[in-house]
Design a protein around this ligand. Sequence first.
Ligand code: MLT
Length: 332
Amino acid sequence: MKRSVKQAGIAIAAVLATGTGAHADYPDRQITFLVPFAAGGPTDVIARIVGEHMSRSLGGKTMIVENVAGAGGTTGITRAAAAAADGYTIMMGHMGTHGAAPALYPNIKYDPTKDFTPIGLAAGTPILVVTKKAFPAKDLKSFIAYLKANDGKVTEAHAGVGSVSHTSCTLFHSVIGAKGARVTYRGTGPALNDLVAGQVDYGCDQIVNLVPQIVSGNITALAIATPQRSPALPDVPTTKEAGLPEFEVSAWNAIFGPKGMPKDVTDKLVGALDKALDDETTRKRLLDLGSILPDKDGRTPAALQKLVESEVKRWGPVLKAAMATEKATEAK
Ligand code: MLT
């Protein structure tokens, strides 16, 4: 007997509702998780911790972290944005790549607000001002005085124009009216190695890979740029406590796919991220490194889209003003 169009329609709806639809077998192979900075930095560390749990909830299909560094993270993000939107390439973006970068790269090849499928926020990351262990100034006030006295001579490590470390230090310099000699790395993982080795003087970086080095006394944390101290570093004063309330900045790391991913594939990734952030072991690993974990409402794709839109709007004028101040300092 021939089935009517209506019957066939009901059958298709039933198949979709029971999850045996178009991409029911997703993922059936390895997923590439692109990190737009070198290994060992905060973006990489968060991607590996979260990705490990996500791959388990996605049926054990491996997530291979691929580090594609360059141009403050925009090289890797440009590549990932152009990948097939099939869920087999996802990326870890952050406040720099999806907030600050458009203000600093006039020819950037992606629009953070339009060219991605948001999956969810993975972690908030406070910013710290840190110096090498042997730096002569031991607190924020004397560090600022030292920078002013040696304007443009003290070396500052960052992960490229538009990265979080670059953006945060740009803001810091504009607030204090002095700056360092900027040294570019492919990520703050290698930058931190040089800071520990005493090859560079300071940086403004995300808390995540700094905590173990601060706790071991290999580098000095001058202040954390958040209203409250971090439970991971209870002895480090806030910038307000250290006399610089004008400098407050926090970063975030979030997972995106290329634009136009199928909804059922996106939903699986969203569910896997949600499970990772509910998992006690994963949470502890992230919290011990000073991350701030988003609550359920804060980790939805819609919340991430809203965050990206507000960050792009926010950073444009802030960075233009900060860069102008930096140039004015140079001209003196
Ligand atoms: C940044 O400064 O944007 C990051 O710390 C880069 C990184 O994860 O290495």
